[in-house]
Design a protein around this ligand. Structure first.
Ligand code: PEP
Ligand code: MG
Length: 581
């Protein structure tokens, strides 16, 4: 039995035989053909294009049915490119001019396209993945090497892969794919988004799991703990099967909390909001009893599309969410592209330290037209509900002022153009750098609200890359330095009477709820599946109990002590959260 540790991105247990997906690039040798074979090669290629298009149309149709139009739009680019006359004549010219096989023509022409994409602005460079995807589909249809299709499965499986392309993930057969284990990727990769949207227990960042299992081996995926168990013994399989069943029953038992307030036993009402990436997810927040949206990660509209979304695309997406929440708060975060939200290996000029590089608000302030397009859409959509706007990764006062000045410019343009917009939208910032946390008192005089982004705050405070599995044991919210920064930000917000919430993953973990409550946090925002558990904890304690816990934590000086203490306190009031196989 072998246990692999990664990052759980969608909770739950899955036990099934593995399908191992090989996503290594095809290696196509340059083989010359006699001149009179060219027409036959062209005919083979045309047939492969035809079959590929039919597959894609089918995939697109099934994706619309399963996940929705937005995810299915991934395939527009694939279909468009395959129908492109210029591409077809390039294929033909390469075969006839170079006396090469259809496979070689596909590989060289599409590699050329990939290079051109890489030379485009960074967010477009991500599309290169789709070009590779098209190349692989064509080659597979040419060589007849049919790979395991994840769209048509006959039995339940778990998928093990080095990495997944967007179309592989979106085209998956949800009915038969019970879980996924991926070597690459982080919590914000395409695979993670689609897995979460589909509710498939998934673990990413496993580094080599796909090379350690063979197709047909029974594998256990534990999405809660981020574990993958290879060659499990019968006892472990039985234990996990029981755990899976108990988890499902437990999740159902929390459904009764949906309409109840997140109120402590001594009557303090806490706001519990949801984090979303796509407009469709708003429904899940409501389903799980969330009162609004505390973090709408708008960059996913860019990542999930093959072109830069227009002002209208963005306006429609924001409006859809605002209307669904009818007057309840929706915090829309401006684009947080860059760093982990690119494929660095494929970016045009990879940055040496992307996490410390041109990401997030920095990228927007260096691409004003792109930033302004989003701000126009946002200001216009804001008239349809209670929209709040938030800038990510603010690290200095001038940076916040600069972002706000661009927002003002955009509002003035709309005013001049006589276009309806909301002028009095609250403008806040994410506190996710130590510099922002340390200067919280100064920022609080200029911003309407804070949202603490612990994912990045931990990364930058502890100098631990949040996506690097080699240092993941050092990435902990219980480091006293992190807790002190959070405590100070909450205090500064209270002193200046501004709103403060916490939207990093720390807020979604029941082990930290007591501490955060005790530090004075009154607003939590987390992924929809976590809402019921956090509500359960809040409703099980008094605020004075939580304050005592926070005081005790402040006296401890090591993360191990703090983790153990919080675990023991949480276990006492919420033993179900510690279900183990
Ligand atoms: C965070 O950093 O905590 C956060 C919520 O933002 P993201 O995870 O999108 O970087
Ligand atoms: Mg962040």
């Amino acid at each position: 039995m072998k246990i692999k540790k990664g990052i759980g991105v969608c909770p739950g247990v899955a036990i099934a035989p593995a399908v191992v997906i090989d996503t290594e690039d095809f290696d196509i040798p340059q083989r010359h053909i006699p001149t009179d074979h060219a027409q036959a090669e062209i005919a083979r290629l045309k047939n492969a294009v035809h079959v590929s298009k039919a597959e894609l149309l089918d995939l697109q149709k099934r994706t619309v049915e399963r996940i929705g139009k937005e995810a299915a739009s991934i395939f527009d680019f694939h279909l468009g490119l395959l129908s492109d006359k210029i591409l077809q004549s390039k294929f033909t010219d390469t075969i006839t001019g170079g006396h090469v096989t259809a496979e070689y023509a596909v590989a060289t022409v599409l590699r050329g396209y990939a290079k051109e994409f890489l030379a485009m602005p960074q967010y477009l460079a991500e599309r290169v993945k789709d070009v590779y995807d098209i190349e692989k589909r064509l080659l597979r249809n040419l060589t007849g090497q049919r790979k395991q299709s994840l769209g048509h499965l006959r039995q339940d499986v778990v998928v093990l892969a080095h990495d997944m392309t967007p179309s592989q993930t979106a085209g998956m057969d949800r009915k038969h794919i019970l879980g996924m284990a991926i070597d690459a990727g982080g919590p914000t990769s395409h695979t993670a988004i689609v897995a979460r949207a589909m509710g498939i227990p998934t673990v990413v960042s496993l580094s080599d799991v796909s090379s350690e299992a063979a197709g047909g081996d029974i594998v256990i995926i534990d999405g809660n703990r981020g574990l993958v168990i290879l060659q499990p013994d019968a006892k472990t399989i039985n234990e996990y099967a029981r755990l899976g069943q108990e988890q499902v029953e437990f999740a159902h038992s929390l459904d009764v909390l949906r309409e109840l307030p997140a109120e402590t036993k001594d009557g303090h009402v806490i706001s519990l909001l949801g984090n979303i990436e796509f407009p469709d997810e708003a429904e899940k927040v409501i389903e799980k009893g969330g009162q609004g949206i505390g973090l709408y990660r708008t960059e996913f509209l860019y990542l999930g599309s093959d072109r830069e979304p227009t002002e209208e695309d963005q306006y429609k997406a924001y409006r859809q969410v605002l209307e669904r929440f009818k007057g309840r708060t929706v915090v829309i975060r401006t684009l947080d592209l860059g760093a982990d939200k690119y494929t660095q290996s494929r970016a045009r000029s990879p940055e040496r330290n992307p996490m410390l590089g041109c990401r997030s608000i920095r990228l927007c302030l260096q691409n004003i037209p792109m930033f302004k397009t989003q701000l126009r859409a946002l200001l216009r959509a804001a008239v349809h509900g209670d929209a709040w706007i938030m800038f990510p990764l603010i690290s200095s006062i001038p940076e916040f002022r600069q972002a706000k000045a661009v927002l003002k410019d955009v509002a003035e343009d709309l005013e001049e153009e006589n276009i309806a917009y909301r002028a009095d939208m609250p403008v806040g910032m994410m506190v996710e750098t130590p510099s922002a946390a340390l200067m919280a008192d100064t920022f609080a005089k200029e911003v309407d609200f804070f949202s603490i982004g612990t994912n990045d705050l931990i990364q930058y405070t502890l100098a631990v890359d949040r996506g690097n599995e080699k240092v993941s044991s050092l990435f902990t919210p219980t480091n006293p330095a992190v807790i002190r920064l959070i405590a100070e930000v909450i205090k500064a917000a209270h002193r200046h009477r501004i709103d403060v919430s916490l939207c990093g993953e720390m807020g979604a973990n029941p082990e930290y709820t007591l501490l955060l409550l005790g530090l004075g946090l009154e607003k939590f925002s987390c992924s929809p599946p976590s809402i019921p558990e956090i509500k359960k904890i809040i409703r099980s304690v008094t605020l004075s109990q939580a304050r005592k816990v926070a005081q005790r934590v402040m006296d401890l000086d090591s993360e191990t002590e703090i983790t153990n203490y919080l675990r023991s306190q949480t276990r006492r009031i919420f033993p179900e959260a510690y279900m183990e196989p």
